[in-house]
Design a protein. Structure first.
Lengths: 172, 236
C-alpha cells in the first residue's frame, strides 16, 4: 500500500480537474500580482531610478559649476596678485625716479648756489678791491699832496701813483 | 501516505479536493504577501517592500543570467509568481499534514505530480508560444533543425523530457521530503523511546526540507528562464 502510492499517479488516477484548477489559479495569481504588486512596485522602482539618475546629474552639474567657480576665483586671485606685484613694482620705480630727480635737483640747486656764492664773492672782492683802490688812490693823492707840498709835475705825480697802486695790487 | 484522497467527480472531470484546497491556500498566501509588501510604497523602501524588491531583483538576476533584459523582461512577473508560488507550496507541507477521516487534506500542493506537471507543461507551452511570437513561425520551426538537422528527433524528445523532468524533479523532491517526515513523525514516534529517537532526525530532515524547498523553487524558476531563453534568444 505504501509502495503503491510511490508510483506516479497511481494513488489518485488522472485528475483532469486539478490540472484545470491549477492552471486557472496560477493565471489568476499571475494577473493579481501583476496588477497589485508588480506594476506599482515596478513603477516606484523606475521612479527611484529616475530620481537617482536626476540626483547624479544634478550633483555632477553642481560639481562642474563649483569647479568653474573655483577656477574663476583662482584666476581672480592670480590677477589680483599680479596687479599688486605690478603696483609695487611701479611704485618702486617711481620712487627711484623721484629719488633721482630730487637728488639731481638738489645737486643742481647746490651747484647753482655755489656758483652764485662764488660770483657774489668775486663781486664783493671786485668791489672791495675797487673801493680799496679808490681809497688808496685818494689817500695817496692826499698824502702826496700833503707830504709833498712842493711842485711836482703832474706826470711825475701820475707815475708815482701808478707805482703805488701796482705795488698795492701785487702785495695783496 | 496510506491515506486516501478526497476525490470528487464533477462535469466529467476528477477533482482532488485536497489539491484544490492547497492550491487555493498557497495562491492566497502568495497574493497576501505580494499585496502587504506593496501596500505602502515609498521611494525609500522599508520592511516588506524591501523584501519584495529583493525578490524582484533576485528574479531579474536569474533572467539576466539567461538572456538579455529586452527579451526576458516580459517573463519577470511570471518568474516572480513562479518562485513565490513554488516556494510557498513547498513550505506548506512541512509543519504538519492534516488527515481527516483517513483522507489527506493538508500537504504541499507540489507533492502531487499532477500539479507540478501542470506547471511544467504551462512553462514549456509558454516558451513555445513566446518562441513563435518573438521569432516568428519560420525561425521557430528552423530552431528544431539547429545546429544539425539530424538532431530533429532529439529536439522533439527534448521538449517532452524538459516538461517531465521539470515537473517530476519538483514533485520528487517535495514528495520524498513529506514521506520521510510522515514516516518519522507518524511511524517512528510511537511511544516515549520512539519519540526520543525520532526527534533528532526529524529536526534535521525538517531543516533539510526547508533548504530543499527553497532550492527547488529557485531551480524551477531558473529552468523556466533557461527554456524561455532557448526559445526566445537569437544566439544560443
Amino acid at each position: 500500500m505504501l509502495l503503491n502510492s510511490f508510483v506516479l499517479g497511481a494513488s489518485n488516477g488522472f485528475n483532469g480537474g486539478d490540472i484545470l484548477f491549477q492552471l486557472a489559479m496560477f493565471i489568476i495569481l499571475l494577473t493579481l500580482i501583476k496588477k497589485f504588486a508588480w506594476g506599482p512596485l515596478m513603477g516606484i522602482m523606475t521612479q527611484r531610478e529616475e530620481h537617482i539618475a536626476n540626483e547624479i546629474t544634478a550633483a555632477e552639474d553642481s560639481r562642474v559649476e563649483a569647479k568653474k567657480l573655483l577656477e574663476e576665483q583662482k584666476a581672480l586671485l592670480k590677477d589680483a596678485r599680479t596687479e599688486a606685484q605690478a603696483m609695487i613694482e611701479s611704485a618702486k620705480k617711481q620712487g627711484e625716479i623721484q629719488r633721482d630727480e630730487i637728488i639731481a635737483a638738489s645737486r643742481a640747486e647746490s651747484d647753482r648756489m655755489k656758483e652764485s656764492a662764488k660770483l657774489e664773492i668775486e663781486q664783493q672782492k671786485e668791489q672791495a678791491v675797487t673801493a680799496i683802490r679808490e681809497q688808496v688812490a685818494s689817500l695817496s693823492v692826499l698824502v702826496a699832496s700833503k707830504v709833498i707840498e712842493k711842485e711836482l709835475s703832474s706826470a711825475d705825480q701820475e707815475k708815482l701813483i701808478n707805482e703805488y697802486i701796482q705795488e698795492a695790487g701785487e702785495k695783496r | 501516505m496510506d491515506h486516501g484522497a478526497p476525490l470528487v467527480d464533477f462535469m466529467g472531470l476528477t477533482f482532488n479536493l485536497s489539491n484544490i484546497l492547497m492550491i487555493t491556500v498557497a495562491s492566497a498566501i502568495v497574493f497576501l504577501i505580494a499585496v502587504i509588501s506593496t501596500r505602502r510604497l515609498a521611494m525609500k523602501p522599508t520592511g516588506m517592500q524591501n523584501f519584495f524588491e529583493w525578490i524582484m531583483d533576485f528574479v531579474r538576476n536569474i533572467i539576466n543570467s539567461n538572456m538579455a533584459w529586452k527579451d526576458g523582461g516580459r517573463f519577470h512577473v511570471l518568474g516572480i509568481t513562479l518562485i513565490m508560488y513554488v516556494f510557498v507550496s513547498n513550505m506548506l507541507g512541512l509543519p504538519f499534514a492534516i488527515t481527516y477521516d483517513h483522507t489527506l487534506w493538508w500537504k504541499s500542493p507540489t507533492a502531487d505530480p499532477i500539479v507540478t506537471l501542470t506547471l511544467a507543461a504551462m512553462v514549456v507551452g509558454l516558451s513555445h508560444y513566446y518562441g513563435i511570437r518573438v521569432k516568428g513561425l519560420k525561425e521557430y520551426g528552423k530552431d528544431f533543425f539547429r545546429p544539425m538537422s539530424f538532431l530533429f528527433p532529439l529536439k522533439i524528445i527534448e521538449e517532452f523530457a524538459n516538461t517531465l523532468t521539470l515537473g517530476l524533479r519538483l514533485y520528487g523532491n517535495i514528495f520524498a521530503g513529506e514521506i520521510l517526515l510522515t514516516l518519522l513523525a507518524g511511524s517512528l514516534a510511537k511511544g516515549f523511546a520512539g519519540t526520543l529517537v525520532a526527534v533528532i532526525p526529524t529536526l534535521a530532515w525538517l531543516g533539510f526540507s526547508l533548504f530543499i524547498g527553497a532550492i527547488q523553487a529557485f531551480i524551477f524558476c531558473m529552468l523556466t528562464m533557461v527554456y524561455m531563453s532557448h526559445k526566445v534568444s537569437h544566439d544560443h
